[in-house]
Design a protein around this ligand. Structure first.
Ligand SMILES: CC(=O)N[C@H]1[C@@H](OP(=O)(O)O)O[C@H](CO)[C@@H](O)[C@@H]1O
Ligand SMILES: [Mg+2]
Length: 543
């Protein structure tokens, strides 16, 4: 892969930042970083009493030429933020200072260290994951390589291997079996006992690892006779489509276009539900062909569907479980209409910075925290105490009744939703079960509320580090002139809202705009992109 190892300048490793989702850049720049991440994972394991640390080699939604790496803590959570700067120090120091840098980071005393490595389907991921292994082994860690997996599967393996979730038999620590068990338990609470007329869902796998996960779920659904309720048809499977290129969740949600390469059968049929996952299958967005348009049902609407369902079940379960708190966490990219919809239904809405590590943390403040980024990255967190109470009530022989039914439903949701990270496969089953219980079509789901038209664009600049966002990443502290221009542009469109921020995963500045009409949203986004080009050192042709 990339440059021959001998040509790598070990005294001057690329200076990388642990961004929104770990280190990410052109794959050729990552050889040293991968070795060092292996070492850091070994140190982190020692610091955590020898528990297993996960390392996932992926660049998710980025183009195929990029790669990246994310570190997973023993509970399956993302690496503690306090360790991100240590990861940067270790990844970026000259080789001659490596030993002292490692010594400055090492805190733990455990005798053993253990690292679990997974990777996506990129051509260079295997070689890069071998560099991670080499780094971890160099510091004496035991390495388990779980091969090609989705990011949430790797999180699940780490969590389960360390004993933080119940053991289920089956490959990958029972990942698919546990999901389908919980899906079946949720469906069993349905008053409608037969299959569905619209059981087929086309899953655009972005040309990536999601296809393997879909295959594992489909097989289990068939074995259990659940295919008449949910029949998964995988499209854009590995080698059928170039990874993330004009397909997958990022393409659909950002370009607002259908995935390419799908057969007419997959795209054209009326009433057909489709969804798209991203390159490491931690994001999910739905889509369908409405009367005249291609319609997207994004992460905001997934959160709305699930939160309204959960709110109702919590209310019904009140005699047994009291009134646990429920909240939805969104980012600045959420459509303005989503928060209004939820607040009208008295669901609390909170905001966090872009990136699952921030929204996940904010969701932990609630007994039930639903978080989704608009791009479909999210899950439902259920506090351990509530989870245990639900499990206990659900296992007691009971007389039925509405409150008991609600407890069973909430318990199944807690088992189905990934407790570590957003998970496209788990979310797909969760959404499908709720649609089935509510006998709701995708068109009815899509019509929950009318979105304000929005548009997202990207602009390359000489240095995105020159853009300094405020704490909520909704405004720029610098350059001040650019923020002033954005304010003036937004004010010139009805219901205009716009912001820019440097991406933490791609070498671009992201532009977001929403306004009362499609025309205005598109115009505002373009005007703001031009302002970025003019006032923040735009590269390439002026838009
Ligand atoms: C606007 C947008 O979709 N940003 C994405 C993207 O981060 P950026 O820092 O914006 O590049 O990738 C992250 C990782 O998948 C995801 O958490 C986040 O929501
Ligand atoms: Mg992803």
């Amino acid at each position: 892969m990339g440059p021959a190892l001998s040509k790598i300048d070990r005294e001057h490793p690329p200076q990388l930042a642990y961004g929104t989702a770990g280190f990410r850049c052109d794959a050729t720049q990552l050889v040293i970083a991968m070795e060092r991440v292996g070492m850091l994972a070994a140190l982190r394991s020692r610091d955590r009493d020898g528990l297993k640390i996960g390392v996932m080699v992926t660049a998710s939604h980025n183009p195929h030429r990029d790669n990246g790496v994310k570190i997973v803590d023993p509970t399956g959570a993302m690496l503690a933020q306090a360790w991100e700067s240590k990861a940067e120090k270790v990844a970026c120091c000259p080789e001659s200072q490596l030993l002292e840098t490692l010594a400055s980071v090492a805190e733990g005393e455990a005798a053993s260290a253990s690292v679990v490595i997974g990777r996506d389907t990129r051509a260079h991921s295997r070689a890069l994951s071998q560099r991670v292994r080499a780094g971890a082994e160099a510091l004496g860690a035991r390495v388990e390589d779980v091969g090609v997996v989705t990011t949430p599967q790797l999180h699940h393996c780490v969590r389960a291997a360390n004993g933080f979730s119940p053991v289920v038999k089956g490959p990958l620590y029972g990942y698919a079996d546990a999901l389908v068990d919980a899906f079946e338990a949720l469906l069993k609470t349905s008053p409608h006992k037969t299959g569905r007329p619209d059981s087929t869902v086309v899953v655009d796998c972005a040309g990536g690892v999601g296809a393997f996960g879909i295959h594992q779920l489909r097989r289990r659904l068939e074995e259990r006779g659940l295919a008449s309720v949910l029949s998964l048809r995988a499209a854009n499977i590995v080698r059928e489509a170039p990874l993330n290129h004009q397909c997958g969740a990022e393409h659909v949600q950002k370009q607002r276009l259908p995935p390419k390469n799908l057969s007419r059968r997959d795209l054209g049929a009326p009433n057909l539900r489709g969804c798209s996952v991203d390159g490491d299958a931690d994001r999910l967005v739905y889509w369908f062909h409405g009367l005249s348009n291609f319609e997207i049902v994004d992460g905001d609407k997934i959160a709305s569907l699930l939160a309204v369902f959960i709110a109702r079940e919590l209310a019904a379960a009140q005699p047994l479980i009291g009134t646990p708190s429920l909240g939805v966490v969104q980012t600045a990219y959420a459509n303005g209409a989503a928060a209004a919809f939820l607040r009208e239904r008295r669901v609390e809405v909170a905001f966090a910075k872009t990136g699952v590590k921030y929204v996940h943390h904010a969701a932990e403040a609630f007994d039930v925290g639903v978080y989704f980024e608009a791009n479909g990255h999210g899950t439902v967190l259920v506090k351990e105490a509530l989870r245990a109470r639900l499990a206990q009530l659900d296992s007691e022989p009971g007389t039925g009744g509405r409150a008991r039914l609600a407890v069973s439903r909430l318990h199944a949701v807690a088992r189905l939703a990934n407790q570590s990270v957003g998970d496209a496969l788990a979310d797909l089953l969760l959404v499908e079960a709720v649609l089935c219980l509510q006998q709701k079509s995708i068109a009815a789901w899509g019509a929950l509320y009318d979105e304000l038209p929005s548009r997202q664009l990207k602009q390359r600049v000489a240095s995105r580090a020159l853009l300094e966002p405020n704490a909520t990443e909704t405004r720029l502290v610098a350059p001040a002139a650019l923020q002033a221009k954005i304010d003036a542009l937004a004010a010139s469109h009805k219901s205009g809202r716009a912001f820019v921020r440097p991406s933490g995963t791609e070498d671009v500045v992201r532009v977001y705009a929403e306004a009362a009409t499609r025309r205005d949203a598109d115009a505002l986004a373009l005007e703001v992109r031009r302002a970025v080009f003019d006032l923040a050192g735009g590269l390439g042709e002026r838009p």
